[in-house]
Design a protein around this ligand. Sequence first.
Ligand SMILES: [Zn+2]
Length: 292
Amino acid sequence: MFSRISTHKSTESCSEKIERLRMALADVDAVVIGARAGLSASAGLTYSGERFQSNFGDFIDKYGIQDMYSGGFYPFQTPEEHWAWWSRHIMLNRYERAPRPVYDKLLKLINGREYFVITTNVDHQFQLAGFDKKRLFYTQGDYGLWQCGEPCHFDTYDNEGTVRRMAEEQRNMRVSTELIPRCPKCGRPMIMNLRSDDTFVQDKGWYEAAERYKEFLWRYARGNVLYLELGVGGNTPSIIKYPFWKYTHENPDSVYACINLEKAAACREIAERSICVNADIGGVIARLLGEG
Ligand SMILES: [Zn+2]
C-alpha cells in the first residue's frame, strides 16, 4: 500500500497543470469522477455565512445554531421542530439547484465521453445537472430519501412531496403533526437516509449502483482512463482517494487528477501520471472549457 507521507508535490505552475489536464481529457477512453464536499462548496452550497443566516435566521436566534451542518444534529424537543429544520435544509440543498453552475459545466466538460461518478455528497446535484443516474453511485445516502429509524426493513422512501409541504406550510419553526413521517411497516419515526451510524439502509438502488460502478471500473481497468478527484479533502480517503491511487498505479496508461482548494496531492508511485491542482474547482473547469 502507499505511504501517506510520500505524497508528491510538483513545481509545475497551475496553468501548466491545467494544460496537461486538458490534454489528458482529449485523449481518454473513460473518466471516473470521485467527488466530495469541495465540489458542492465550489458550486455555492455553503453551510455557513450569508446563505445560512438568510435561510435559518429564526433557528439561529432561538437555538444559537452555528451552521447548517451542526443544525442537523441539534436535539430539538419535538419532531415538529426537527422536521421544520430538516425540510428547509433538504429543500435548499437537495431540491433546489446549486447557486453556481459548476456541476453543469463539469457535465459539459465530459460530454460525449464514457464516465461514471462515485460521490459521498448527498445533495444529488449531479442528477439535477443532468448526469445520467445510471452512472452515479451515491455511497453515503441522499437527502431526498427517508428510511425506517430502526430500521425494520431495507427500503427507502422518496420524500419530495412531503418535504415541499413541510417547507411551505411550516409556522414558527414547526411543521404540522400530520406531516411527520412514520415507517409504513412498523410505525416508528422515519429518519434521513444518511450514513451516520450502522442504522444506514443500503437499499436495492444502492446495491445496483455499487454493482454498476464495479462493472465500469472493470471494463476500464486498462486503457486511457482519467481518475478525476474533485473536492476530496484529507478526511476518510478510503472511499475515493486511495482507491483512485491504486487504480492509477495498476493501469500504466491512466492519469490521476486531483482538484481541491488545498491538499491536492498524489503518492510518489503515480507522481509522473498525476495532476494535482490546488484551486477552486469551478474556476479550473471554466478554464478547461476555455471560459476562464
Ligand atoms: Zn419500520
